[in-house]
Write a protein that binds this ligand. Structure first.
Ligand SMILES: CC(C)(COP(=O)(O)OP(=O)(O)OC[C@H]1O[C@@H](n2cnc3c(N)ncnc32)[C@H](O)[C@@H]1OP(=O)(O)O)[C@@H](O)C(=O)NCCC(=O)NCCS
Length: 217
């Protein structure tokens, strides 16, 4: 790959390229099937709070890969799933009206309770009390999403993003990192493993992994 490749923090003007990469990296997923507006809004969510960030890697023209992170310190009203749903709520509703067959998409069908909870937040009470789990949370940075364009997978882009994610977390003052990955996502598990992440527990169909970044003198 060329020398022009660089990882940096994304801004609003980079979103279109990152959305294109997201849709290529996650074909067939609900967020991709819901269309460009929903994907864009969900990625924009990382840019509108100083507790979140979006990194991307570019060759100067295209987005080769991206990673989104969130500080989990117990102060956020919602976690990442409800947070993005609330932020992209109008776009999701519009997309589901014009694509009603997506109500039966496996990801949505498996998350009806999450949808019901989010309708409640939206229609009845947005400000939910900080949960007990959040009160006692050990502050850390969560890797919420990482995607590499299929044309650039297997070339070290994922490794570069994971290293940049660690550096950003350290810059924010955190050394403890966490993520959740589907247990059948062998490629992702292998990339995380290689980068020093360890499985701490299985939660349903997913694995929760953590990494504690060493202090560099
Ligand atoms: C998971 C994912 C982010 C990994 O990114 P990636 O860029 O393919 O990962 P890497 O290139 O760093 O590593 C992948 C493989 O390429 C190899 N590799 C790394 N650098 C390389 C290079 N310069 N040349 C050739 N191969 C290389 C690695 O050894 C690794 O092989 P291994 O899995 O057998 O150990 C990517 O596959 C992806 O976007 N998948 C779809 C979306 C997804 O599932 N995201 C995660 C869930 S949120």
């Amino acid at each position: 790959m060329s020398n022009k490749i660089q990882v940096s923090e994304a801004g609003f003007s980079d979103l279109n390229k990152i959305v294109a990469c997201h849709q290529a990296a996650f074909p067939g997923t609900l967020s991709t099937k819901l269309g460009l507006n929903v994907s864009r809004k969900m990625l924009e969510w990382y840019l509108v709070s100083d507790k979140r960030f979006l990194l991307w890697i570019t060759d100067g023209a295209r987005c080769l890969g991206y990673a989104g992170g969130m500080i989990a310190d117990g102060t956020q009203v919602h976690g990442s799933a409800s947070g993005t749903i609330q932020y992209a709520f109008k776009e999701i509703v519009r997309a589901l009206i014009v694509r009603p067959w997506l109500w039966f998409h496996s990801e949505l069908a498996a998350r009806y309770s999450l949808i019901a909870r989010n309708l409640y937040y939206r229609l009845v009470r947005y400000q939910t009390p900080v949960s007990k789990r959040q009160e006692f949370i050990t502050p850390h940075v969560s890797l919420i999403v990482i995607g590499v364009h299929p044309e650039f997978q297997g070339k070290g882009v994922g490794d570069q993003l994971l290293k940049a994610f660690e550096q950003k977390s350290i810059a924010l003052g955190y050394r403890r990192l966490s993520l959740t990955v589907l247990a059948n996502n062998i490629k992702a598990l292998s990339a995380y493993n290689r980068n020093g992440w360890q499985i701490v527990e299985r939660v349903g169909v997913s694995m929760r992994m953590e990494k504690c970044v060493e202090a560099k003198l």
